[in-house]
Design a protein around this ligand. Structure first.
Ligand code: FEO
Length: 397
C-alpha cells in the first residue's frame, strides 16, 4: 500500500512541521502542523498548492518520488498565504515550464510576493481546466476564507475538493494521511483552535463557502492543513458550520487575571458555584499562564464567558485586555456574558467590562461582583455564589 496515494490519481506530497513553535509567529503548535499539497494525475499533472519554503527541498523530493521523470504542468494556487505559496519560486526552478493557475487577486499577490508575472493562467468562478485522462479541475471562489484571493479547486470525476485552509486543523500527520489512518482524538479541538485563531473573524464568508461547496458531490476533502477527510466529512462540516455561526456548545469559560490571588479566589468561588448549579463543563483559565490560543478556542467552543480582572493602572489587567481585544477582532456576536473585578483604591475593571459588553452589543443580565481589596468569604464569597446562580439561570434560558 502506498500511503501517499489518496486515490489512484491523487497523491499527497505535503510535509510535517514539528519545529516551528508559533504558527503565524503567534499561535502555539503542541502537535505540530502539516502543510498539505497534492498531485492530480491526468494526462497533464496538476500540483495543488505548495508548502512553507523552509521545507522546500523535502517537498520537491516528495514530488520527484511520485512523478519520476514526469513534469508538473500546472500549479494551482488556491491560497497565497506564504505557508502554502512560498515554495513557488523553488518549484519553478525545477519545473520552469509550470503554468501557475490562480484568480486575478492571486496573480496580483504572486507578483507582489515573488515577482512572478509570466507563465500564469487567470481563472474565474466556475471555469474549468481539463487535465486529460478524463479529469477536470473546476474553480470555485471562496473569498475571505480567510484571504480575499482564496478559492477551492474541485475535481468532479474524483469527487474531491481542495478547499485551501477550509476544514483545516493544527496537528502534524503522524504516519497516516487520511482520517481512517490516523488517531483523531486531539484533532477536533485542534480544529476549533485553528478556526478560532486563524479564520475566526470570517464567519459569514465561511457560511457562504459552506453553502457553495455543499451543492457538490464530495467524498474526499483535501485541506491544506491536517488530515484528508473522507470518513469524517459530516463531522468536520458540522464543526465548521457551528464555529462559523459562532454557536457555542453549552459550557462555561472563566478567564481571569490576578496579581496576588484575590481575583483568582473570586474565579474559584464562581466556578464552584456553577458546578453546584449543575453547569458542566466549566473551564477555568488563568490568563497570566494560559496559552491565548487555547482560551480563544474555548471562547468559540462554549456558549458562556465569564471574565475577571483586577484594576491595573486604572484599566483592565493587560492579559485580560488582550483577550477582550482578540474576541472583538473576531467579531464574536454574542456569548452569555458575566464579569467580576477588584480594586484597591479606585475601581475600573468592572466598568471596562461593561463598556466592552456595550461595544460588542452583548447582553449582560447578571449582576457583576466588584471587590474592594482582599478576598474573604464574608465580603465577597456570597456575591460570587449569587453571580454563579444568575449565570446558571442565564444558561438555562
Ligand atoms: Fe495555512 Fe491561510 O494559510
Amino acid at each position: 500500500m502506498n500511503i501517499t496515494q489518496i486515490k489512484p490519481q491523487i497523491r499527497y506530497v505535503g510535509v510535517n512541521d514539528r519545529t516551528t513553535t508559533r504558527f503565524e509567529a503567534l499561535w502555539s503548535l503542541p502537535y505540530g502542523v502539516s502543510y498539505n499539497s497534492y498531485l492530480v494525475l491526468g494526462e497533464k499533472v496538476a500540483l495543488i498548492d505548495t508548502v512553507e519554503e523552509s521545507f522546500g527541498s523535502r517537498y520537491l523530493e516528495n514530488i520527484r518520488r511520485e512523478l519520476g521523470d514526469r513534469k508538473v504542468d500546472y500549479l494551482i494556487v488556491n491560497h497565497m498565504e506564504p505557508d502554502h505559496s512560498s515554495s513557488v519560486v523553488a518549484l519553478r526552478r525545477i519545473y520552469p515550464d509550470v503554468q501557475i493557475v490562480g484568480n486575478a487577486k492571486t496573480l496580483q499577490m504572486l507578483g507582489g510576493y515573488y515577482g512572478i508575472d509570466r507563465g500564469t493562467i487567470e481563472v474565474k468562478e466556475g471555469q474549468t481546466l481539463p487535465l486529460g485522462g478524463g479529469l477536470t479541475l473546476a474553480f470555485c471562489m471562496i473569498p475571505m476564507v480567510h484571504w480575499p484571493e482564496t478559492m477551492a479547486t474541485y475535481c468532479p470525476e474524483l469527487k474531491t475538493i481542495f478547499p485551501g485552509d477550509a476544514f483545516g486543523t493544527f496537528g502534524a500527520l503522524d504516519g497516516g494521511i487520511t482520517d481512517s489512518q490516523l488517531r483523531l482524538d486531539h484533532f477536533w479541538d485542534e480544529m476549533r483552535r485553528y478556526y478560532a485563531c486563524i479564520v475566526g473573524k470570517y464567519g459569514a464568508p465561511v457560511q457562504k463557502a459552506l453553502s457553495k461547496v455543499g451543492t457538490l458531490e464530495i467524498d474526499t476533502v483535501c485541506s491544506t492543513h491536517g488530515p484528508v477527510w473522507q470518513r469524517e466529512i459530516a463531522r468536520v462540516v458540522e464543526i465548521y458550520d457551528k464555529l462559523s455561526r459562532y454557536e457555542g456548545e453549552r459550557g462555561a469559560v472563566i478567564a481571569y487575571g490576578s496579581m496576588y490571588g484575590n481575583t483568582a479566589q473570586m474565579a474559584e468561588e464562581i466556578a464552584r458555584g456553577l458546578a453546584e448549579e449543575g453547569v458542566c463543563p466549566i473551564v477555568v483559565h488563568n490568563l497570566s499562564t494560559a496559552d491565548p490560543s487555547m482560551v480563544l478556542r474555548d471562547v468559540f467552543k462554549y456558549d458562556t464567558l465569564i471574565v475577571g480582572s483586577p484594576t491595573y493602572n486604572g484599566e483592565l489587567f493587560p492579559e485580560v485586555e488582550a483577550l477582550l481585544s482578540r474576541i472583538a477582532a473576531r467579531c464574536v456576536p454574542q456569548r452569555n456574558f458575566a464579569y467580576f473585578g477588584s480594586y484597591t483604591w479606585a475601581g475600573a475593571a468592572v466598568r471596562r467590562f461593561a463598556e466592552f459588553a456595550e461595544r460588542m452589543k452583548w447582553q449582560t443580565p447578571c449582576t457583576p461582583v466588584e471587590m474592594l481589596q482582599g478576598y474573604s468569604h464574608e465580603n465577597c464569597g456570597n456575591r460570587c455564589r449569587t453571580l454563579a446562580r444568575q449565570i446558571a439561570e442565564m444558561m438555562n434560558k
